[in-house]
Design a binder for this molecule. Structure first.
Ligand code: SF4
Length: 432
């Protein structure tokens, strides 16, 4: 039997899909290169906004009813059995805590089961380290360290799709990192909805403690983590990062808005000035530190003054990159009951203005690198330009250059040209 996994959404969904592949390959099923030749299609779905949620149903609609369709991930967790009322044929719905049972579910489908659903939440951490063959990259290894969220930001569906926070023991995290180091991975990314809220399940170790142990015990050039919640910032983290050079000098720190009034309505537990203070503390302790962020525009009640505060925050923070979206009401969230006060056209205007400003900031900062030589990690060969490779800097800037150096190698590159979203360079050396 062959299967195909289509993954939508965040890195945690990518890591879950790696685990699903591992479980199915361990059961003797074969991954097919495309949907057409697969007997079973597993859609690991995303519910963070309405659009990605609706996307999966148009995706399913293209398949003949002969195929077995399994909807997994966040849409499965939110919609549960309602999915069977949709116009498309689905055979099984598997929630975010139940995909570990994918082997059993396949057996049920083989025995002729249709319209099955497994969507219970579990407080149990399911320990599973995917085989290298099941991972989406041979360069970057994803390691989930916690799952779920206790915050309930008023716009966010994650607490309803991923459940309450649960944490993976430090020993298991170290074991997986050790395995990846032995498999010559060059960077690891610690995953969680609120990684900086991780603590040892049955102890008092904090995220900073965990990161210190990892950085000292695991020989991997770049240790990264995503996503950090500003409200959980711990000064000890600064100290650990400053003292351990193998922790990448980049943090994704979603601000969401530059207006303290809107942050309050979003039920984010920090103000604009508190957020700015954290970033400035980081920059004082580690001057080369870089940041990226997320922003929502058009949140209920957002005035043009609030929006201008968001724009001025971008100018002040000089982010490496920003993910920005128009507010999308989500089921079960407290904001869904708020009146939508920002007309769609205004929200769109604000989104485009924000993205234009951020592109200008990136272009200006990228241009300052022309003539400089920076260290990058080669993550792939360029699909359209033979002989070219795609690399990333420590702060996730994309750098393209011609090279025969193997993927997964660090290189020193002299920057020769800059755009808003990428840099061009010439390789001057290989870093072993
Ligand atoms: S911290 Fe807020 S935005 Fe982040 S996952 Fe939790 S509820 Fe969602």
């Amino acid at each position: 039997m062959t299967f195909f996994i289509k993954t939508f959404g965040c890195q945690m969904n990518v890591n879950d899909s790696e685990k699903i592949r591992h479980l199915l390959e361990s059961k003797g099923l074969e991954l097919s290169g495309n949907e057409a030749t697969a007997d079973i299609i597993i859609i690991n779905s995303c519910a963070v906004r309405e659009k990605p949620q609706e996307k999966i149903f148009s995706y399913i609609g293209q398949f003949s009813t002969a195929k077995k369709i399994i909807v997994a991930g966040c849409v499965a967790q939110v919609e549960k059995g309602n999915i069977f009322r949709k116009k498309v044929k689905v055979d099984y719905v598997v929630g975010t805590h139940q995909f570990y049972r994918i082997g059993e579910i396949i057996d049920e489908i083989r025995r002729g089961a249709t319209t099955g659903a497994a969507t219970a939440f579990s407080r149990q951490w399911q320990e599973l380290v995917p085989n290298p063959s099941a991972r989406s990259s041979r360069v970057t290894g994803y390691i989930s360290i916690m799952e779920g969220c206790n915050n309930f930001c008023s716009y966010c569906i994650v607490p309803f799709t991923r459940g309450r926070e649960k944490y993976r023991p430090l020993a298991a995290i170290l074991r997986e990192a050790e395995i990846l180091a032995k498999q010559n991975y060059q960077e690891i990314v610690l995953l969680g909805q609120n990684v900086n809220h991780w603590h040892e399940p049955s102890g008092s170790l904090t995220f900073a403690d965990m990161l210190r142990s990892l950085a000292r015990q695991i020989q991997i050039p770049w240790i990264r983590f995503i996503t950090s919640y500003p409200g959980y910032h711990d000064r000890e983290l600064l100290d650990v990062m400053a003292k351990n050079r193998n922790i990448a000098r980049h943090i994704h720190f979603p601000a969401q808005s530059g207006s303290s009034r809107i942050l309050k309505k979003m039920q984010r537990t920090y103000s604009r000035s508190h957020y700015v203070q954290i970033i400035e503390d980081f920059r004082r302790a580690i001057p080369e530190m870089k940041f990226s962020s997320d922003f929502i525009v058009g949140f209920p009640g957002e005035s043009s003054h609030d929006f201008n505060l968001t724009m001025s925050l971008l100018e002040r923070m000089q982010y490496e990159s920003v993910f920005s979206f128009i507010y999308s009401p989500r089921p079960h969230t407290s904001a869904a009951a708020m009146a939508v006060t920002v007309p769609a056209a205004i929200a769109k205007e604000r989104l485009l203005a924000l993205q234009k400003l951020q592109a200008d900031i990136q272009l200006q900062n990228n241009r300052q690198l022309i003539g400089q030589t920076i260290r990058v990690l080669i993550v792939g060969r360029h699909g359209k330009k033979p002989g070219d490779v795609i690399a990333r800097s420590e702060s996730y800037r994309v750098v393209n250059f011609s090279s025969q150096t193997p993927v997964g190698t660090f290189a020193m590159v002299k920057i020769t040209a800059a755009g808003s979203h990428s840099l061009r360079g010439e390789q001057v050396d290989m870093v072993v």
